[in-house]
Design a protein. Structure first.
Length: 327
């Protein structure tokens, strides 16, 4: 079947609220060397997309948001030998996921796991790459170490807790209500802490006999700058995934006293080659666990043309797991 000349995509037209996401017709993207073209069955919605929407257009490779897709390989760029048209894949993409067709680096693409739908597969790439990169590359997580995740029922948190449990790590999570705490325990958290009614530092220290956790994964910016250090074990690491909305000034005396490392990361600027290494690690270590030990949770789906509504749902913060767009 010949490919269409044009496709429906969602364009980030200005800095602002969800209403700046507008469905438009665009030419079909063309895969370059080392890339594949995927007919998108589902695309993940992530916090990064919300952040991109709030900034002026033009700061990313494309003004079509979307960092993860799943679907069928349609065409191959020069030099691609590891994939064939017709194969079902999920991929980490450098924007462009909110569309009927998306270009993906072949090296950052993985097969749809056995027994998974395309919807479930679309919920995997951003969360798994983020968790793997921040737990093991940035956070230097070692066997037997303990982890605290803020936002235990987010897309990253829900997969991260399952991954840590499958790999034998004791993990704790903060959540915004008791319903989410129950979900986080189901994902594998040894203890889920309602941050509105409990002191997570006191709970973590009690659970670890006063030692604290070795790694904190924080998506709340500087809100917990001091509390994270109080919850941290000597020599522990804090990895930030979001700058948050306020200032960030971790108390230097506490950092020095605990020989703590306070750092952060963004996955999108990481090179294709480094992401390819992560993809190989995920395929070797995590792919055999999918289905049996790890499964994504899908909270809601929206038609592609209703991307603005998907962003409103993301910003309400009531979801557990992933929000997806369906072209």
């Amino acid at each position: 079947m010949p490919l269409p000349a044009r496709q429906l995509a969602v364009l980030h037209t200005a800095a602002g609220g969800p209403e700046v996401l507008q469905p438009v017709e665009q030419p079909l993207p063309v895969p370059g060397a080392g890339e594949i073209l995927v007919r998108v069955a589902a695309a993940g919605v992530n916090r990064h997309d919300v952040g991109q929407r709030r900034r002026a257009p033009g700061g990313e490779r494309t003004d079509v948001p979307g960092l993860e897709v799943a679907g069928e390989v349609i065409a191959l760029g020069d030099g691609v030998t590891e994939w064939q048209p017709g194969e079902r894949v999920c991929a980490l993409v450098d924007g462009g996921g909110y569309a009927q067709y998306a270009v993906a680096p072949a090296a950052n693409t993985l097969p749809v796991p056995a027994g998974f739908s395309d919807l479930e597969a679309a919920a995997l790439p951003e969360a798994l790459f983020t968790c793997w990169y921040n737990f093991f590359d940035v956070g230097r997580l070692q066997p037997g170490e303990h982890v605290l995740i803020h936002g235990g029922t987010s897309g990253v948190g829900s997969i991260g807790l399952q991954l840590l449990a499958a790999l034998g790590h004791e993990a704790y999570a903060t959540c915004g209500d008791d319903r989410k705490c129950a979900a986080a325990r189901g994902f594998g958290a040894k203890r889920a802490i309602n941050y509105r009614t409990e002191d997570f530092v006191a709970v973590v220290r009690a659970e670890t006999a006063g030692r604290g956790v070795d790694l904190v994964l924080d998506m709340a910016g500087g809100a917990y700058a001091e509390a994270n250090l109080d919850a941290l074990a000597f020599g522990g690491r804090i990895v930030h995934l979001s700058p948050g909305s306020g200032g960030f000034c971790p108390p230097l005396a506490k950092i020095m006293a605990k020989r703590a490392c306070v750092t952060g990361s963004r996955l999108r600027p990481v090179s294709v080659a480094d992401k390819a290494r992560m993809a190989a690690d995920l395929r070797r270590v995590v792919w055999p666990l999918l289905g049996a030990r790890i499964r994504p949770v899908i909270d809601a789906t929206f038609p592609l043309a209703e991307a603005a509504e998907a962003h409103r749902a993301m910003e309400r913060g009531a979801h557990i797991g992933k929000i997806l767009l369906l072209p």
